[in-house]
Design a protein around this ligand. Structure first.
Ligand SMILES: Cc1ncc(COP(=O)(O)O)c(C=O)c1O
Length: 401
């Protein structure tokens, strides 16, 4: 008989779980409050999330159903279905002009998990990742989960959140393991110049640093097309590109993303994902093949729709005294500077939700430099956003009086 009687059950969780306990600036709390108000039937206009309102292509849904009916409900290969990896490799080869082998691609349930897996395979706890500020809010949780340090370089807010090469290079130290870039960027829709990508890839290679580029908004560009890090870089040894279907194909809930890397890193990622996931759904991967091979008109339509929304939002913002914005070159968001109203972004968003029933995301969630900003998502039609902007205009007018 085991006579051990230890202390009473403490419910203690791991350091990882405790690191994830949120102590952020309450940005998502505001969005959750907006969702609760909407659930109670209040007429809230949600402009705070990056989940496209557009439908997934109907024939992609049909492809998933047909796949399910064919019994594609089993474990899939750890690296991902060959048909999907071949499809992505062909797209990559065409886009970059550099041959991409299907085995250099690993499929994940969404870009978030792909980034997590890449960082887990490249960075040890306590080591540094260099990343832009402002940055996509979702990165913070990944850094915390892995116990890695985020060291930030500033984007130039006054210059459309452009990347300053010198600022990046001044931030990198011998302790840097990974430089994580995001182009087109969330929250600002900024696009990194191909020449900068090329220079950074070579510069990082010389310093034994991995260059990882999150390109999930690659297909939602308005003024010029996206140049992938893989296309820009001369040598691909230290290059990892991450993409997925969530944004471009309005497939957030399907959870489908991928990495393109060297074969050696893809092998490590395969081991990691085999240990932690054991493969992604077969029928989702079949649908992804369909989505990626039948998307020319669909993507053009998605791009036109977001462009219309961007133009409408920027016009409305420009006409409201106290608000200002740069016109984003890409993506699904507009960053609005609210300093002219006398409020910071957090107070503006809180009061706009209470008084105007419109939810926007306080910019501080993306970094301290965006304290005076709110982020408006382009996830409602121009017609649906019009009354929201009437309310924003009326709310701002109350601040001036
Ligand atoms: C820059 C960026 N990366 C990754 C993601 C997450 O993508 P996924 O839905 O594929 O996990 C988002 C979602 O908002 C994002 O904005």
């Amino acid at each position: 008989m085991n006579t051990f009687a230890g202390p009473a059950f403490s419910g203690r969780t791991s350091q990882l779980a405790r690191r994830l306990t949120d102590d952020g600036p309450g940005v998502w709390g505001l969005h959750e409050r907006a969702c609760e108000m909407a659930a109670r039937g209040e007429p809230v206009c949600l402009l705070s999330v990056g989940d496209p309102d557009l439908p997934t292509l109907p024939s992609t849904i049909a492809a998933a159903i047909s796949s399910l009916e064919r019994g594609r409900t089993h474990y899939a290969p750890g690296r991902g279905e060959l048909s999907l990896r071949r499809t992505i490799a062909e797209i990559e080869t065409r886009a970059s002009g550099k041959p991409c082998h299907p085995d250099e691609i690993v499929i994940f349930p969404g870009a978030t998990n792909a980034i997590y897996s890449v960082l887990a395979c490249l960075v040890d706890p306590g080591e540094d990742v260099v990343v832009a500020e402002p940055m996509y809010v979702g990165y913070d949780g990944l850094f915390r989960a892995l116990g890695i340090n985020a060291v930030t370089f500033p984007l130039d807010a006054a210059g459309g959140f452009a990347l300053d090469l010198a600022a990046v290079q001044a931030t990198v130290t011998p302790a840097t393991r990974v430089l994580l870039l995001n182009t087109p960027g969330n929250p600002a829709g900024n696009m990194i110049e191909p020449a900068q990508l090329r220079e950074l890839a070579a510069w990082c290679l010389q310093r034994d640093i991995w260059l990882v580029c999150d390109e999930v908004y690659s297909m939602i560009t308005f003024d010029r097309s996206h140049t992938s890090l893989r296309k820009a870089a001369s040598v691909l040894d230290n290059v990892v590109v991450i993409d997925g279907l969530s944004k471009s194909h309005a497939m957030t809930g399907w959870r489908l993303g991928w990495t393109v890397s060297t074969l050696a890193l893809a092998d490590r990622l395969l081991e990691f994902t085999s240990a932690t996931l054991f493969g992604c759904c077969q029928f989702v991967q079949d649908a992804a093949v369909h989505a990626l091979t039948n998307d020319e008109d669909y993507i053009a339509g998605v791009r036109d729709e977001y462009r219309r929304r961007r133009d409408s939002v920027c016009q409305r913002v420009a006409a409201i005294p106290g608000l200002a914005c740069e016109v984003p070159a890409a993506g699904m968001f507009v960053m609005v500077n609210v300093a002219g109203t006398g409020l910071d972004g957090l107070a503006f968003a809180e009061r706009l939700l209470d008084q105007g029933r419109v939810s926007v995301l306080p910019g501080v969630g993306f970094g301290e430099s965006c304290r005076d900003y709110v982020r408006i998502s382009l996830t409602q039609s121009v017609a649906a956003m019009a009354p929201a902007f009437d309310r924003i205009e009326a709310f701002v007018a109350t601040l001036e009086s």
